[in-house]
Unconditional design. Structure first.
Length: 268
């Protein structure tokens, strides 16, 4: 099996990507600042934001899956006023630029870049940063692919959990189809090795519902009875709640919530 390097391999999506690569018998190297010994992979220690460690990490690599990103909103699970003003670009832009150069120097045969559906419509600075990084990949001379995904379930859950204490939830009535990271990882691994290059079909979840309906299902799973006030559809799209008509995942939001609840009970 050719050697696969994964950036962002210790994140939510990255862990699922690595698990599927290992399951399928691929040789996997994870480029990270902080290794997780429990994962049965090779570790390449470095920092994508500075480029430190990239040349050594690229040695012998055939395919790179770039899943690294730096989203303050995702880290904290909510939006702050500063998120409408700026978003860090060291990983998603400068880091992508350095990754492309390292891939070129190492004669990497395929760079698969993970991106987000609807970046052109979203107004947040993070979307502009992600779009700039994606453009660097598209404009490069490498053999590349780009896969865009809709928002992840775990991010939607963090957002809703962050407003759970409020008696009234103002939420956009925008329709979209968020997706499980495991479904995205399955699709990415297929795209990495099927020989096709360029812009691939987007991937989203199986159910297209309004943000209001997703919130109602979340409330039911948590036994909450908060009032939901529907907000502008346009506002939701500008915030990044944008659906996909491409490839569909298989795990529904309702089932994902059920699995999460079972997992929390088992852990307790």
């Amino acid at each position: 099996m050719p050697l696969v390097l994964v950036t962002g391999g210790t994140g939510h999506l990255g862990r699922d990507i690595v698990a599927r690569l290992v399951r399928d018998g691929h040789r996997v190297r994870v480029f990270t600042r902080s290794p997780r010994p429990a994962m049965q992979v090779e570790w390449a220690i470095g920092d994508l934001a500075t480029g430190e460690g990239l040349p050594a990490a690229m040695q012998g690599v055939h395919t790179v899956i770039s899943a690294a990103t730096d989203s303050p909103i995702a880290r904290r699970g909510g939006v702050r006023p500063t998120d409408f003003v700026r978003s860090p670009s060291a990983v998603d832009v400068q880091g992508t630029e350095q990754l492309i150069a390292a891939c070129r120097d190492a004669s990497v045969q395929h760079l698969l870049h993970v991106s987000i559906v609807g970046l052109e419509e979203a107004m947040l600075p993070y979307a502009r940063v992600k779009l700039a990084g994606e453009k660097l990949v598209r404009d490069s001379s490498l053999p590349w692919s780009v896969v865009r995904a809709t928002p992840f379930y775990y991010l939607l859950e963090k957002m809703l959990a962050g407003v759970a204490w409020l008696p009234v939830w103002p939420l956009p009535k925008t329709q979209f189809n968020p997706v499980d990271t495991a479904d995205v990882a399955d699709y990415l691994v297929r795209c990495a090795f099927d020989g096709v290059r360029g812009v691939r079909a987007d991937i989203g979840g199986p159910d297209t519902l309004s943000c209001v309906e997703f919130a109602r299902q979340y409330q039911a799973s948590q036994h909450l009875h908060c009032t939901i006030v529907p907000m502008s559809d346009r506002l939701g799209r500008r915030m990044g709640f944008i659906g996909s008509d491409g490839v569909r995942g298989t795990l529904s939001w309702r089932d994902w919530l059920g699995r999460r609840e079972l997992g929390m009970r088992a852990a307790a």
